[in-house]
Design a protein around this ligand. Sequence first.
Ligand SMILES: NC(=O)c1ccc[n+]([C@@H]2O[C@H](COP(=O)([O-])OP(=O)(O)OC[C@H]3O[C@@H](n4cnc5c(N)ncnc54)[C@H](O)[C@@H]3O)[C@@H](O)[C@H]2O)c1
Ligand SMILES: O=C(O)C(=O)C[C@@H](O)[C@H](O)[C@H](O)COP(=O)(O)O
Ligand SMILES: [Zn+2]
Length: 364
Amino acid sequence: MRELTVDLGDRSYPIYIGSGVLEDIAAYFDRHKLSKISPLLVVTDSSVAAHHLSPVMERLQRGGYPAVSYVVPAGEASKSLAQLEGIVTAALEAGLDRKSAIIALGGGVVGDLAGFAAASFMRGIRFVQIPTTILAHDSSVGGKVGVNHPMAKNIIGAFHQPELVLYDTSTLLTLPIREVRAGLSEMIKHGLIWDEAFVAWIDEHAGELLSLDEKALEYGLYEGCKVKAIVVSQDEHENGLRAILNLGHTLGHALEAVAGYGELLHGEAISIGMVGAAKLAEDFGYASHIYTETKRIFEKFGLPVTIPSQLNTDRIIDAMMHDKKFKEGAMVYIVPTAIGKVEIRKDVTVEQIRKIIAHLKEDI
Ligand SMILES: NC(=O)c1ccc[n+]([C@@H]2O[C@H](COP(=O)([O-])OP(=O)(O)OC[C@H]3O[C@@H](n4cnc5c(N)ncnc54)[C@H](O)[C@@H]3O)[C@@H](O)[C@H]2O)c1
Ligand SMILES: O=C(O)C(=O)C[C@@H](O)[C@H](O)[C@H](O)COP(=O)(O)O
Ligand SMILES: [Zn+2]
């Protein structure tokens, strides 16, 4: 088992990563003083519930926690205001109060949605992240919570940090292979923005990661969470540095919205976005091996590196203009300057973006 801390002063919290940590869920909750009087609401989705909800509920109830569950349909479409209302109704029916906590058991969709419910129910109650996808090593840490609008990803949300993150690598063994690949996309991102040696490790251990070797997963998730924790600890509310976590996302989010939520998985969309950012680096005069290397590694993991030709370029650019990183008429864009390093640029033009999109549509 490995442990990390997200250092945010009196709101610091731990991340526990290892095989079987959920067997001790009640002991972790005791350590973090969750209430045994006010009800806990465990939010999950239909696929996660089928595999992992019963043992969690049994262990909590055996440990003396008055826990009830609420299940949303699996998939990105559940990150919606309608599902948020469903959670609030369930919370009211179960009698949650200001000492209660919401427990997010699932991937990034459940984490973002249930986290936003925790941020807004009674103006904010405690919450715990129990990530069950590889991708959620990113989403469970850092406190960005929210839902989508049909026109823009994650456009309704808040910053609300969890009390703790309990990451049981054994839950990952039931993941479909497409979700495994998509989750590794964010792990590669953490290497690309911060740590060349981590990129090399991921590259060398591709086979173990894709076949869900738990030791390799534990190490990769730990290193990915470490990058995230360092960045978030320095800039919780994204006034500067934290924007680097958005490598590949301005284009990626636009592709998700234009394709229709759930058509392109988040990890797939940002894989394309990161290859696009690497191509843009060439435009700014950085070494062309950044592009070839970035493309190679995503292809090695079976991730998409081109934009589906049916996605309309003007609609993609329109969606990019609604991104949170479009400010005062300029696009804030994360561009790699080497493997393991990025810069935050404010001078990327719409013409450059159009050129990159054209390249990503043709480069097959
Ligand atoms: N808040 C953040 O900082 C942050 C960071 C990265 C991504 N995100 C968001 O996270 C979302 C993507 O998260 P995701 O990729 O985890 O998607 P997801 O939550 O939809 O999970 C992917 C699929 O796998 C299923 N699943 C989850 N765990 C499983 C398991 N253990 N076994 C079998 N099936 C399982 C789910 O039911 C779902 O169908 C996006 O909405 C993205 O915007 C947020
Ligand atoms: O935590 C962050 O900051 C990130 O940017 C992590 C991203 O991987 C994640 O997809 C996040 O939800 C994107 O944030 P947004 O502010 O662009 O919606
Ligand atoms: Zn992301």
